[in-house]
Design a protein around this ligand. Structure first.
Ligand code: NAD
Length: 247
């Protein structure tokens, strides 16, 4: 099957669809100034691949290095703003309550800051802190001793960022809700994801197998292109407003 590339046709699917799911990835926030994982790491971090930093084993082996990497990402993410793509999704949800379920792999909080409600965050929240090991009675996150990373002064438990690392399970209820949205939507928009990280990427296949139309919005080819009925080549901040605004 050859995928179509016509935005007007996808607009017609959108108008017809009673239930819509959006699956967003790092490219969604690229135009807000948040680098994707596929973009080269910069400066101090250029010599590390994210896959080598974003794991529990990496954190246990060198907590300072991984904590400082996340601290630099937090710093960068707190100064950015939602772009026209985030705003277009949030405005659509406000015009059509209950019609669009937003599933994101992003940890930057930009969808929520644009006003999206009920966002299913598959990979957590970079600004949240939690304990590395099961907290004991002495572990109180608000009283962690400052450090790289902060720690419990009684038992030495370390604070880690509230993201899902490679190799970790996704939050169960969130994944269940995302799968339910994928199974029941009539149209799924897949925005700014390379489609290489599972189980998130599998949601596009779930939607397709359940009979939904799948449209990809990405300026480059992705691993999910074979699953798509439509490939809209362009960026999130340009295509989403054009697609969603009139509906
Ligand atoms: P990825 O980095 O693997 O791929 C990014 C994709 O976005 C690519 O396919 C690229 O072509 C596309 N892209 C680049 N600019 C775009 C734009 N302006 N508009 C639309 N698409 C654009 O990202 P991934 O597939 O999301 O997987 C990487 C993992 O790392 C995910 O878990 C992701 O959430 C996480 N991550 C999150 C953030 C964030 O929260 N902003 C940033 C980097 C990575």
């Amino acid at each position: 099957m050859t995928a179509i590339t016509d935005i007007a046709a996808v607009g017609a699917w959108l108008r017809d669809a009673r239930a819509i799911a959006v699956l967003s990835g790092a490219g969604m926030s690229a135009e807000s100034g948040v680098p994707t994982f596929r973009d080269a790491q910069t400066g101090l971090w250029a010599k590390f691949r994210p896959e080598e930093l974003a794991t529990e084993a990496a954190f246990r082996a060198d907590p300072r290095r991984v904590w400082d990497w996340y601290a630099s990402r937090r710093e960068m993410m707190k100064d950015v703003h939602p772009n026209a793509g985030h705003h277009a999704i949030a405005a659509f949800q406000q015009r059509h309550p209950g019609r669009l379920t937003l599933i994101t792999q992003n940890v930057d909080g930009l969808h929520q800051r644009a006003g999206s409600i009920g966002t299913l965050c598959l990979h957590g929240d970079i600004f949240a802190d939690r304990w590395l090991d099961t907290p004991r009675n002495c572990c109180h996150i608000d009283h962690a001793v400052a450090g790289h990373p902060p720690y419990c002064d009684r038992c030495g438990n370390l604070v880690r960022p509230g993201v899902v690392w490679f190799g970790e399970p996704l939050p169960y209820a969130t994944l269940e809700a995302a799968q339910q949205a994928a199974r029941t939507c009539e149209l799924m928009l897949v925005v700014g994801t390379a489609g290489a990280v599972y189980p998130a990427a599998g949601l596009a296949q779930v939607a397709r197998q359940a009979g939904a139309r799948v449209a990809i919005i990405n300026p480059a080819a992705s691993d999910l292109d074979d699953v798509a009925h439509a490939l809209l080549s362009g960026t999130a901040a340009s295509v989403l407003p054009a697609l969603l605004a009139g509906v």
